[in-house]
Each structure stands twice: as C-alpha cells, then as structure tokens.
Design a protein around this ligand. Structure first.
Ligand SMILES: [Zn+2]
Length: 382
C-alpha cells in the first residue's frame, strides 16, 4: 500500500501524517473492524488502508465526497459512510486529538448537575477564579500575599490591598458572581446566542444590566482571534446581512451590512470582519492581513477577487453559475455553511444595532470554531 510513496518525507507531505501514526491508526481500525465483522457481514469493497488514506485525504484537502468517491471508484454514499465510520473510531480512541479536525474543537463539557454542585455560593466562584488566575500584587508584582479574603487580598510586601476580580470583567460589578457564572454556563451551551431579555428574566435584573453583561462577554471573546493568520487551504467569501428582514436580496448595500470571512478546515478557524463594501481594495487588504500568500485560496467568481492571482499564486475560482463544486474539487461550501450558522445567530436577536454587528458576528464565529469549556471561557474573561 505504502510502496507508491518514495520515502517517509514524501508520505508526510502528501498524506499529512507520519507513517508511524498511520500504522497506529490502522491497528486501531483493524481491531474495530474485526469486532464489527465477528458475526459475519458483507465484505467492504476497498481495503482498510485505502479507506484510511481516503479519510486522510478528506481531512487534508477541501475535496468534496463526490470527488473522493470518484477517485476511489466507489459510490458517493459509501464514501460518506466509510469516512464517518473511521472518524468515529479514531475520535473514540482519544489518541489523535490534534490530528482529527472534528476533534480539535471539542473540549470537556460541564452539565447542569455538575455546574450546580460546584458553584453554589459566591465564594465558590471566587475560588474557581483564584485557581485559574496568576495572583500577583498589582503594585509591586510580589507573589507573597494574604489570600484569606479573596475580595480583599493583602500584599505582604507593600501592604497594598486589592480584589481578586481586579482586571476581569466582573470587577466593580453589582451583580452577584453566581449570576455571572450562570450566564456564562448558558452562554457556553447556547449555540446561537441568548437574547438579553431572556437573561434579564432569568437573573432578575434589568434589561440594561443584562445587555451590558452579554456585551462584556461578547467584546472579550470577539477579540480572541484578532491576530490569527490562516495557513493551509482557505476559503473566502462575503455575506450580506439585511436589517429589513429578508425582503431585500442581492448585493445592493441599502440597509445592509457586509461581512467578509475566511475559513480554514485543518485549524478549524473562521475569521470574520465587517467591511464597508466588497471592492477589490477592501477584500485584498482583509485577505493579506489574515491569509498567508502561499496558501491555496478558494473563492467564488465575484469581480473583487480578479486581481487576487497576483498576490496568491494558488488562487482558484469556482463559478457558481455552473456548479457549486468545480471538476477539480474547488468549492466554497464550508464557508457557506458558516454563513448559515451566523444567520441563525442573528435570528435569535430581534434587533441588533448596526454599531455592534461586528461583535455579534465575531461571537458567532467563535462558537462556530469551538465548543468551549467553562475553563477556556473564564480564562478569556479574567
Ligand atoms: Zn505589593
């Protein structure tokens, strides 16, 4: 099977993993298959090595299932079924978390019962923050502190007193810490955002307070991916969000906001930005800021992308008038699915101010990229 590759280096550059890792995966899959076929069953059309190579190919490139199925001479449905089966087995093994794209974003989750048993009082929340925060004196940076009262920590070196919440979004907030933590729990487990009216009702605070709390979280989370640069095969596209429901369609910018985004599958990153218009200059400036010039870049045939070939030699275009996947496998389907996710977020909120649309879009992109754990979100906020 691996004879068609010259050496280990060639295998690594073409398949994306080292031969040792490949054999390790193969071993796990063979055991799983032998268990599955113990009581009989139809034999698979292609051998397990080929199936694994097919899955790796799917992870590495942007090939769609149809293109891969044709390459391996199998039907479209059996290609999907095989890739799903291999992905499932490898994710369950828990060894290849960094390699599997679907697995990198899933972190340990906390359910309601666990949350309720951990965060019962104000002090529990403060202790949790103290566990994650590097505690230093805010004046002399000394780490010899008296932490018997976390709201009033005293430096043993210079006698300065300060709160554990100094520098976090909870600092000087009148709202209880348990309410804040409940909001964070809800925020993490809601895929498309929570309206501030719901938060106000659940926490028993005013709408203004609820909106401000959500806004604080959104602002901090939105700036997480500000300096990220995509490396690999990227897809770029633009979307128009209408302020008048969905009555007005098309590219006219009357009462609409333009959102431009780039998505990379291996690192599972979606970066979005609100732009004034989708002309060549604006799109190129965004692309050069977030995408390496040696990347494979897939876009649609909008005129703003015409001059991209001068900066991105591997730029490929898919003409949507002909089809959504070109014969060579070029497509922008992943970023289209990201747009669908963002549109759903905007439907949750009845009205979004034009000045804050970029924050909502970034929050939505963050949720599209990750299923964050409680710890990760708290670390972003403190
Ligand atoms: Zn000090």
């Amino acid at each position: 099977m691996l004879k068609k590759y010259k050496d280990d280096q060639e295998f690594y550059s073409l398949v994306g993993i080292k031969p040792q890792t490949f054999y390790k995966m193969l071993e796990i899959l063979k055991i799983a298959e032998s268990k599955q076929k113990y009581y009989g069953g139809r034999k698979n059309k292609i051998v397990i090595e080929e199936r694994l190579l097919m899955t790796l190919e799917y992870w590495k490139d942007y090939s769609s299932y149809i293109v891969i199925a044709k390459r391996y001479n199998i039907s479209h449905t059996s290609c999907i079924r095989n890739i799903f089966w291999i992905e499932n087995i490898l994710i369950k093994s828990g060894i290849f978390k960094e390699i599997i794209p679907a697995c990198t974003s899933v972190e340990e989750k906390m359910n309601w019962n666990e949350f309720n048993s951990i965060f019962q009082t104000e002090n529990d929340c403060l202790k949790y923050i103290a566990k994650l925060k590097i505690m230093k004196c805010i004046r002399c940076a000394s780490s010899s502190l008296n932490t018997s009262d976390l709201r009033r920590i005293r430096c043993l070196n210079c006698n300065q007193t300060f709160s554990i919440l100094y520098g976090t979004i909870f600092y000087k907030s009148q709202t209880q810490m348990t309410s804040w933590f409940y909001l964070l729990f809800r925020w993490i487990n809601t895929k498309h955002g929570i309206p501030a009216t719901d938060v106000a009702r659940e926490l028993g605070v005013t709408y203004k307070t609820a909106w401000r709390m959500c806004h604080e979280i959104r602002t901090r989370i939105g700036n997480q991916d500000a300096g990220f640069i995509v490396d690999g095969t990227a897809q770029m596209d633009e979307m128009y969000l209408s302020h008048l429901g969905f009555k007005k369609q098309g590219r006219s910018l009357f009462n609409k906001t333009l959102i431009v985004g780039v998505y990379e599958k291996t690192s599972h990153k979606l970066i979005v930005k609100v732009l004034k218009n989708a002309d060549e200059k604006n799109l190129l400036r965004f692309a050069l800021k977030h995408i390496f010039t040696e990347c494979c870049l897939f876009t649609d045939s909008w005129k703003g992308y015409v001059s991209f070939k001068n900066f991105y030699p591997k730029h490929e275009i898919v003409n949507h008038e002909v089809g959504y996947v070109s014969p060579t496998g070029v497509n922008t389907n992943h970023i289209e699915s990201a747009w669908k996710h963002i549109r759903r977020t905007f439907r949750t909120h009845i009205r979004v101010s034009k000045h804050n649309i970029h924050l909502y879009a970034k929050e939505s992109a963050y949720k599209f990229n990750n299923i964050p754990s409680f710890e990760t979100v708290i670390l972003c906020l403190i």
